[in-house]
Design a protein around this ligand. Structure first.
Ligand SMILES: *Cc1c(COP(=O)(O)O)cnc(C)c1O
Length: 238
């Protein structure tokens, strides 16, 4: 099995190649190391190799690892950005605010209002992405393509301490990455449309979070600038 740093080099090379295929620069694609189920030791290996964006899908895991990993990063004279990429329950929001750089999984006004409330109490503006379930799979959280602009509008009108930075989607589970392309394209097109149609001080759409180990190359070809990679960096989850 390859080491984590060898895996990182390979992912970076594939990112560069995918970006080059569509006239972009691989450096414009943020690689989030998805660290769910990984030990602090494994995570710090990725941090040492320069991956400073870490993604978790459970609040508990962020709470468990936040301090030890962030402190070790500080000792290395660097810092990490934590990303909440998984489904978020409203009663857990309070544990995240002040810790996470970006919440990728906003899929309802009620959840966003809770984020807003705790951001306000902490005197900060929380950056968020709206999660789109483009394939409309029952098993996935997120809004349909039709529901998304309406939620964005409600957030902009009703909430003051969140800033919408873009959209996130999870490609449908399939062995064949090409099958995900149409959904990435759909979300990209919505992202472009929202950039065109909305103008607001708390809408700063710069981030398209699409692509995981199986499909990040297709996602980048379709415009993704933030990919979430776990297995491809750390090996199979145990
Ligand atoms: C686990 C997870 C990933 C990473 O999945 P891999 O297939 O291991 O790359 C990406 N996004 C979300 C939301 C996840 O939960």
């Amino acid at each position: 099995m390859r080491s984590i740093s060898e895996n990182i080099m390979q992912v970076r090379r594939k990112v560069d190649e995918a970006a080059a295929r569509c006239g972009r620069n691989g450096e414009d694609v943020t690689i989030i190391a998805v660290t769910k189920t990984r030990t602090p030791e494994a995570i710090l290996e990725a941090v040492k190799a320069g991956l400073l964006d870490l993604g978790e899908n459970k609040v508990q895991e962020i709470q468990d690892k936040y301090e030890v990993v962030s402190d070790a990063a500080t000792q290395m004279k660097t810092f990490v950005n934590w990303h909440m990429i998984g489904h978020l329950q409203r009663n857990k929001v309070k544990y995240l605010i002040g810790k996470v750089y970006l919440i990728h999984s906003v899929d309802s006004f009620r959840l966003c209002a809770e984020i807003d409330k705790h951001a306000k109490a902490n005197g900060l503006i929380q950056d968020i992405l709206v999660q789109v379930n483009a394939a409309e799979e029952d098993s996935k959280f997120g809004l349909t393509v039709d529901e998304t602009p309406k939620l964005v509008e409600e957030i902009l009108i009703g909430l003051e301490n969140v800033r919408i930075r873009g959209l996130m989607t999870i490609g449908p589970l399939t062995e064949e990455p090409e099958e995900t392309r149409q959904f990435f394209r759909m979300v990209r097109s919505m992202y472009d449309g929202m950039n065109r149609d909305f103008s607001h001080e708390r809408l700063d759409m710069q981030i398209l979070s699409m692509g995981m180990t199986n499909d990040y190359e297709v996602a980048i070809e379709e415009g993704s600038n933030m990919i979430r990679v776990g297995t491809g960096l750390f090996g199979p989850r145990v």
